[in-house]
Design a protein. Structure first.
Length: 191
């Protein structure tokens, strides 16, 4: 059901290069570009997940400028895209809000550059989105991937964008756009 798709960009907990759990930095580009992709594909809400107060302040300033400040009048399209962004401290907060608003737990899919035991294709993911009445939360990680405890919260892992490439290190902004197009795309929007 296309009116119940959510995206979330997770900055904590994520893995660092050495495999330890870290917090990654929020970037202005990720806030803007993922909001624009999410809004283009009619995603209900895009969550930025970070628990650090300084990082939360950055998100609040960006959103305030474009949804309430000078930017709202200067670029209404940007304001529209950023109007679906919400800041949360933890993934559990995102899930709790979706459960409260939708009255059921979302199906949670995460993205990975590797095949996992619960990996599904984009076609299978699209089928779930179109045919299952439950909401769907798409988790996108930063850093070097998601820790095991976050993966275990998820129902499915989506197949890698480029599973057979010798170089597989897309920016998260590009990955979100590609994945939303593969899961939702024009054909799905026309149904």
């Amino acid at each position: 059901m296309l009116d119940k798709v959510y995206t979330a960009l997770v900055h904590y907990p994520v893995l660092g290069r050495d495999g330890r759990i870290i917090t990654t930095a929020v970037t202005n580009l990720d806030i803007h570009d993922i909001a624009r992709s999410s809004r283009t594909y009619n995603v209900k809400k895009y969550y930025v997940v970070t628990h650090l107060p300084a990082q939360q302040d950055i998100v609040k300033k960006v959103l305030g400028y474009w949804t309430e400040g000078f930017g709202k009048g200067y670029n209404p399209n940007r304001s529209d895209a950023l109007s679906i962004v919400e800041l949360k401290s933890y993934v559990e907060d995102v899930i709790a809000e979706i459960e409260k608003n939708e009255r059921q737990r979302p199906i949670i899919m995460f993205t990975s550059a590797r095949i996992r035991p619960n990996t599904i294709t984009y076609e299978e993911g699209r089928h779930i989105i179109l045919n299952d009445p439950r909401p769907v939360l798409l988790l996108f990680g930063t850093g070097w991937g998601m820790p095991k405890e976050l993966e275990e919260m998820c129902d499915y892992s989506l197949e890698p964008v480029r599973g057979k490439s010798d170089f597989n290190h897309l920016s998260v902004r590009a990955a979100v756009a590609i994945i939303l197009d593969r899961l939702i795309g024009e054909a799905v929007l026309e149904k």
